[in-house]
Design a protein around this ligand. Structure first.
Ligand code: UDP
Length: 504
């Protein structure tokens, strides 16, 4: 019998088990506008061979079940991790686990307090894993994850959901003390946001800031601290859209800023994934909307939808409906179930649908927005300027009517109108909070004028359409092999593959 051969270096290498995949643990904030992009990010990472665990609570996990099944069918290594929602939180009714379930402003702070209590269960879950994850990616509002990452020695990136333009305004406002100036100002005083590469003016009401209202001081300070102590930031944008702001943000932050978007294009080749974003798909509704759009001319329809949180009370809702009707433009309008709770509103809406039959379609509740924006018939979008909505529109070459409601939306509006040149402002000047019925911020005349301007002919309208189309093409290129976001994602994953992973 011949003696057994000594293994050579080459055969040893061949036999060595492959290195474990890079493992990202993602912790979104429990709000649709924060969770949806992070789910898209999970998919993007998994498509590059990384393993991804998405951490959430039972009510939110139920909404993501379709995604989990879909990932499994596509053989993508994405798993859902369900942490039990803390019980007995003072001032929070049971069952509320997502910001879109809050119907009383007093429940917001207790909801955030409850989320902080997830730190213990998250740490326990991570300690039980056979190996430490490569990196924790958490929403910047989930500052409670910072101590967990530190105690396990795991790198942490924060995800900042708005435009990079907004993120830079926000950081500069803090660093240069803008909030102290606006606090003492009159409502109409104007301020220039310091440190911006372009001129940006705000009022007290539209100044950057999130979680910085009275009562939120602890969360605000902890969030700022968690951003400063993170290893870097991930933003949902692309260089051809916001390069100058990305460069300044990276310099101001003093750490890497990874631009990996538009995340929504993760779904571009997958109609099923597009339709189930955010909620389980309602196939019947989807088919009705698609059939209606299929019957309309290319680029002829204006789509109106205001995100997952903004809720219009009747007075304001009526102005939107009449404005769309008066514009004379074919429209697809999304009305939330919570906006049609009384028989009066119900009747009014039915009458509007009858009057505009053939050129108007009202969809109730959640719709597959991304699929709608990618439909050839949609030529304009009336949006509240949530960053996901804006970016989804830009990524599909659709110009917008801008109607900011709160938070980052007023500055996102400045970006798309003043810098990118793809928006017509409806004229909203001050924030309208979710449950505010006192003011009708925007009239039917405002809506009709802005929609007609957006959808009409003329040089300015054509130029807006041309720019939007160009940004849409650039967005797609950014996500293809060789594009900036694609290559950034490769580098991000590779950087963790190289640095290896600490064992438990
Ligand atoms: N969205 C959707 N269907 C709806 C309403 C919203 O798919 O009927 C999605 C939309 O495509 C976007 C997200 O919900 O991805 C809303 O995020 P955004 O930042 O625009 O606004 P927010 O809801 O945070 O105010």
């Amino acid at each position: 019998m011949a003696p057994a051969e000594e293994p050579t270096a080459a055969t040893t290498l061949e036999l060595a088990p492959p290195p474990p995949p890079v493992h990202f643990v993602i912790v979104p904030l429990v709000a649709q506008g924060h969770t949806i992009p992070m789910v898209d990010l999970a998919r993007l990472l998994a498509e590059r061979g990384a393993r991804v665990s998405l951490v959430t609570t039972p009510v939110n996990a139920a909404r993501l079940r379709g995604l989990a099944n879909h990932a499994a069918r596509a053989k993508l290594p994405v798993d859902l991790v369900e942490l039990p929602f803390p019980t007995d939180i003072d001032g929070l009714p049971p069952g509320i686990e997502n910001i879109d379930q809050v119907k009383d402003n007093n429940h917001f702070v207790p909801l955030f307090e409850a989320l902080q209590k997830l730190a213990g269960p998250l740490e326990a879950y991570l300690r039980e894993l056979p190996a430490r994850p490569s990196c924790l990616i958490s929403d910047w509002c989930n500052a409670w994850t910072a101590d967990v990452a530190t105690s396990l020695g795991v790198p942490r990136l924060f995800f900042h959901g708005p435009s990079c333009f907004y993120s830079l305004c926000d950081l500069n406002a803090v660093d240069h003390g803008l909030h102290k100036q606006t606090a003492a100002a009159d409502d109409h005083d104007k301020f220039v946001v310091p440190g911006m590469p372009v001129h940006v003016e705000v009022t007290k009401a539209t100044a950057p800031g999130f979680l910085n209202a009275p009562g939120w001081e602890t969360f605000w300070n902890e969030s700022l601290e968690a951003m400063r102590t993170a290893d870097g930031a991930i933003v949902n944008t692309f260089l051809d859209l916001e390069e100058q702001f990305v460069t300044c943000y990276e310099a101001a932050l003093g750490k890497p800023v990874w631009t990996l978007g538009p995340f929504c294009l993760a779904n571009r080749r997958d109609a099923e994934a597009m339709a189930s974003r955010g909620n389980a798909p309602d196939v019947a509704k989807q088919n009705t909307v698609t059939a209606w759009l299929d019957g309309m001319d290319t680029g002829s329809v204006v789509f109106a939808n205001f995100g997952s949180l903004a809720r219009k009370l009747p007075k304001q809702l009526f102005e939107v409906g009449h404005g769309l009707e008066d514009s004379g433009v074919p429209f697809l309008w999304v009305v939330k179930d919570t906006e049609v709770e009384t028989p009066d509103v119900h009747e009014w809406l039915e009458a509007l649908e009858t009057r505009t039959a053939g050129r108007g379609h009202v969809a109730r509740g959640w719709v597959p927005q991304l699929a709608i924006l990618s439909h050839r018939a949609v030529g304009g979008f009336v949006t509240h300027c949530g960053w996901n909505s804006l970016l989804e529109s830009i990524a599909h070459g659709v110009p917008v009517v801008t109607w900011p409601h709160f938070a980052d939306q007023f500055l996102n509006e400045r970006l798309v109108v003043d810098v990118l040149g793809v928006g017509v402002p409806v004229g909203a000047a001050a924030p309208v909070m979710i449950f505010d019925d006192e003011n009708v911020a925007v009239t039917r005349g405002d809506v009709a004028r802005a929609v007609s301007e957006l959808m009409g002919g003329g040089e300015e309208a054509e130029e807006r359409r041309r720019k939007a189309k160009e940004y849409g093409e650039k967005a797609h290129r950014a996500m293809e092999k060789g594009g900036s976001s694609y290559e950034n994602l490769t580098q991000l994953v590779e950087s963790f593959r190289r640095s290896g992973r600490k064992e438990s």
